[in-house]
Design a protein around this ligand. Sequence first.
Ligand SMILES: [Ca+2]
Length: 333
Amino acid sequence: MDHVKCQQVANRSERKQPGCSTVFDDGKDVARRRARTRVQPKRDSTGRLTTCAFILSILAALAAIGLTSGSFDSGNSRSRDESGYESDPPVSDSETPSSSSGSPNTYSYEVVNTYPHDRHAFSQGLDFDGKTLFESTGKYGRSTVRRVNLETGKVEKQLQLDPRLFGEGLTLCNDKVIQLTWRHRLGYVYDAKTLKPLRTFRYDGEGWGLTYDGDHLIMSDGSDKLRFLDPISFAHVRTIRVKDGVRSVRDLNELEFVNGEVLANIWHSDRIAMISPETGKVTGWIDLSGLLSKPLGPESVLNGIAYEDGRLFVTGKNWPQLFEIELVKKSRK
Ligand SMILES: [Ca+2]
């Protein structure tokens, strides 16, 4: 398999496009298609609790003097070793949002279909164009970008990254596939049909998850922040902080833009957050516990969300299956 040569692709220029509201080869508008889903997350309209005003002011003061999460330029303060392990503990169940009025909606799931998934794929990014899955896998020496047959799980085509690179988030953007690398601040742009490398780009901090909302790339770095990037120049546009009420939601990992909201795997958990891309507010939680019949290793966690044409897929690192699911809204008590 070909190794991606950074210097080779860096010298190539990407074909200019009118922006990410253009269409895929099948002629369907990306943003319009991604706005369809079976579940319509309900936005709540409550404001902040007045009793939390004091806490908010304290948090704001701490942020102002740099005692909260660092900036993107400084990178993610959490660290993983080369096998992908991270030193900080995962989000605990005690941080599950309350069911009080105004709290996020909660969802369980029903499995619609189960498909095979490569047990050797340390999944870091997943997307779907309506026919084919696109996946980024991690680990040094084993990182790839690949096209995968949905029905069989077989890899139709793949490129192996330079063994010094650790593959991370991936998204489709028009007829391109864009892939992040973890700490290397290096992104790749590929032709979606051939996986031919077209160009590279640079970004600050760590790269974790990546998705595309029809206008911008949205990128996570394992903190509570989501960055919005221009899909052509890759320039930083804006940043939001993700919160459930007044609590920051950290460990945002693989992403998917669905129905006007960003879905984010919470690293080392079975939960997916639904996030308003305008405010960063968590509007819903998806509980995917029990999806695997038996647990795998400690790092074989949920980390893969793909959505297209009303179909929602999830998988995880080294999971033997990929699941097509429908969300089931839980009734409030
Ligand atoms: Ca995704």
